[in-house]
Design a protein around this ligand. Structure first.
Ligand code: PXG
Length: 440
């Protein structure tokens, strides 16, 4: 296919995020177009999107409603000040997000990314207790292998070592729960049987510090970035009980699980465990325009609504909080999800997806497969002395074979757009099977 877009020949200026820059720039992988389930590469190939971009394009690519909404909004109202001024679409979207979220969630605070949603949630938790006269509750508890974005609060409560160790001492007053990855759960379909007892560690940590010093616990209800770890049966319920018992806020980081990934609007609804705060981003705008949000319950919000009415209640926010074009994209995205019934679609395809994934069980190097909704992970035995190399080779080879997968460590993660068809699942998993057979 002839190219209608030039590919730049100087790649040195752009310092790419979370990328092996030197490797990439020697053999660049460039996308120049996207439509529904496929990317178009600079060399004219169609690549099947097995990862919804970076877990964000839940409705697939180039969706007409979203494209038109952005175009129209740009011409109508390009930007409105986010502080002390408003515009209708930000309010409309907040109402729609509230209506989509499980019942206790009543308020929506906008950010521009998952990382900012996390910082916002952590700050809200500390400020909430202060507003309630418990200013000594400042400690934050995260979890090993957790990913909460890349800002200082997020990497402090996060538990992915490489994301933390370069960056000094991080936030003080943070502790971590153990992760929930147990080898006895290998090849479990859906939620694993073993591991609920790991939630009891929260009692120990709270006891160590004194409950009256702890502001919040933050976890991903399903840990994505670390390689897709499902919550063991009963685990989230137990975290909720312990937090409630001690007056600690529970935050679910739903940047990946929000907007249909598990076949429900949010993981909180999926597992029927209600935190006090939910962070989201990605699927809120189908990844098309940066936008994130923090959802709070009525009591969390209401704690701030005191003092003189002319006073700002929360000294926090971003220039682009509720940006008009992002709001328009968000509204069109939620309409697209509803119109196409995408969350139900994901739920309906989950069994087919599960069977397809687990058909890779006896392929070379595979030591575990995990799945839920339209998410899956295939864990590979690392090469001796060269961690991550085997999975990265799989990623490169998959790209050559026209499928886009993600790898983290030696784990392959898959999270396709929720518009995926059964034939696409067959292609994705079949091609991945061929890749695995060819790996060293
Ligand atoms: N929390 C969670 C749970 C996430 O998964 C963030 C926060 C940060 O979001 P932003 O928008 O600041 O990137 C994330 C992001 C991957 C991958 O392949 C995962 C994320 C981002 C990019 C790649 O594991 N998660």
């Amino acid at each position: 296919m002839a190219l209608d877009r030039p590919v730049p020949n100087d790649l040195s200026a752009f310092w790419m995020p979370f990328t092996a820059n030197r490797q990439f720039k020697k053999a660049p992988r460039m996308f120049v177009g996207a439509d529904r389930m496929h990317y178009t590469t600079a060399d004219g190939r169609q690549v099947l999107d097995g990862t919804a971009g970076l877990w964000c394009c839940n409705a697939g690519h180039n969706r007409p409603r979203i494209v038109e909404a952005i175009q129209k909004q740009a011409a109508e109202l390009d930007y409105a000040p986010a502080f002390q001024m408003g515009h209708p679409k930000a309010f409309e979207l907040a109402t729609k997000v509230r209506d989509l979220a499980p019942e206790p969630f009543e308020h929506v605070f906008y950010t521009n990314s998952g990382s900012e949603s996390v910082e916002t949630a952590l700050k809200l938790a500390i400020a909430y207790h202060r507003a309630k006269g418990q200013g000594e509750r400042t400690r934050l508890i995260g979890r090993e292998r957790g990913y909460h974005g890349v800002n200082f609060g997020g990497i402090s409560v996060g538990g992915i070592v490489n994301n933390r160790k370069m960056f000094g001492t991080l936030l003080g007053g943070v502790d971590h729960l153990p992760h929930t990855h147990l080898t006895e759960n290998a090849f479990t379909r859906g939620q694993p049987e073993h591991g609920a007892h790991l939630a009891e560690e929260l009692e120990r940590i709270v006891g160590l510090h004194g409950a009256e010093t702890v502001a919040a616990v933050i976890v991903e209800p399903m840990a994505g970035s670390t390689g897709v770890l499902m919550p063991p049966k009963g685990y989230l319920e137990r975290l909720r009980e312990i937090c409630t018992k001690h007056g600690i806020l529970l935050i679910f980081d739903e940047v990946i699980t929000g907007f249909g990934r598990l076949g429900s609007s949010f993981a909180a609804a999926h597992f029927n465990v209600m935190p006090d705060i939910i962070t989201c981003a990605k699927g809120l705008t189908n990844g098309v325009i940066p936008m994130g949000a923090v959802l709070t319950t009525g009591p969390v919000h209401d704690a701030f609504m005191q003092g003189p009415e002319h006073m700002i209640e929360l000294f926090h926010g971003y220039t682009y909080s509720g940006n008009p074009i992002a709001s328009a994209a968000g509204l069109a995205t939620l309409e697209t999800y509803a119109e196409d019934g995408l969350f139900e679609r994901a739920a309906g395809l989950a069994d087919y997806w599960e069977d397809a994934l687990h058909s890779l069980k006896d392929h070379p190097h595979v030591i575990d497969i995990r799945n839920m909704g339209l998410i899956g992970a295939i864990e590979l035995e690392p090469m001796a002395g060269e961690p991550t190399k085997r999975a990265f080779s799989a990623f490169l080879e998959a790209y050559e074979k026209n499928i886009l997968i993600r790898t983290t460590g030696d784990i392959i993660a898959l999270s396709p757009p929720l518009i995926i068809e059964k034939e696409d699942i067959d292609t994705l998993i079949g091609t991945l099977g061929d890749v695995l057979k060819g790996l060293h």
